[in-house]
Ligand binder design. Structure first.
Ligand SMILES: C[S@@+](CC[C@H](N)C(=O)[O-])C[C@H]1O[C@@H](n2cnc3c(N)ncnc32)[C@H](O)[C@@H]1O
Length: 238
């Protein structure tokens, strides 16, 4: 499928990096564990997040932790003109810069990603094509991280993609049991350097096929074991 992108002009004027850094510092002083960085994402990272098929072809995307909106603007630049983006941000410090992004495709929810399923339903987002997240899974309580990971899995359509950019790899602990192994990519050109994780939600048909393959392997293994036992018994009791 060819992506029809809106282009930078339709995504609105981008606030300067310095201005976004000011908001990040202000939010960090209020809630350092939630913000987890003193620096907004680099243009290199925002492009890496947005310039990918799961964003360019999507009809519905949810962004968790948009902060001052640098990542949000990049997503909008690459998204289709008929797509929509729901940005969910917990810190009220970021309300001003997020609401300053004038793009009809964007809806902003100043809310906690813990209630993601309810937030998505309230905004009539249903099942989405992609969730892009910068919220720091490493600095939140395990129960909260688990709830958010489960909600992300719940709001994604089968075949939908979960993208997370993280300084540490705790996200893997919560996402892997739901999505399986991640594709990872190191992002050195960001401060701090981090890792990009990508998971795809398995379709039910694929899961059934994998389960059947697994069951066939078990039956096959059991047959081999019983053959070996029969051979051994045959040797010891001629
Ligand atoms: C590392 S910053 C990313 C900011 C921005 N996307 C960027 O790349 O510059 C993490 C963001 O996640 C937000 N956040 C943390 N926990 C959250 C939660 N439970 N729900 C929604 N947002 C959250 C923080 O307030 C912060 O804006």
């Amino acid at each position: 499928m060819h992506a029809i992108t809106a282009g930078p002009s339709e995504a609105g004027a981008r606030p300067t990096f310095a201005k976004r850094a000011f908001y990040v510092l202000k939010a960090w002083l209020q809630a350092p564990m939630d913000v987890a960085t003193l620096c907004p994402s680099s243009p290199y990272l925002t492009r890496k997040l947005a310039n990918r098929d799961c964003v360019k072809n999507a009809r519905c995307v949810i962004e968790l932790g948009p902060g001052a909106g640098g990542t949000t603007q990049a997503l909008l630049e690459y998204m289709r003109p008929d797509a929509k983006l729901l940005a969910v941000e917990k810190s009220t410090v970021f309300s001003e810069p997020l609401h300053a992004i004038h793009d009809p495709r964007l809806e902003v929810a100043m809310d906690d990603a813990c209630a993601l399923a309810e937030i998505a339903a309230k905004h009539e987002f249903g099942l989405v094509d992609a969730v892009v997240s910068g919220i720091p899974f490493s600095s939140m309580p395990s129960a909260v991280a688990k709830t958010i990971a489960q909600s992300i899995h719940q709001v994604l359509r089968p075949g939908g993609v979960f993208v997370a950019y993280q300084i540490r790899d705790h996200v893997n602990e919560f996402a892997r049991p739901l999505f399986g192994p991640a594709e990872t990519e190191a992002i050195p050109m960001n401060f701090p350097p981090l890792t990009l994780y990508t998971w795809t939600k398995v379709c039910v048909a694929q899961q059934d096929a994998a389960d059947r393959r697994g069951q066939n392997e078990i039956v096959h293994d059991q047959w081999h074991k019983s053959q070996r036992v029969a051979e051994v018994q045959g040797l010891s009791h001629p």
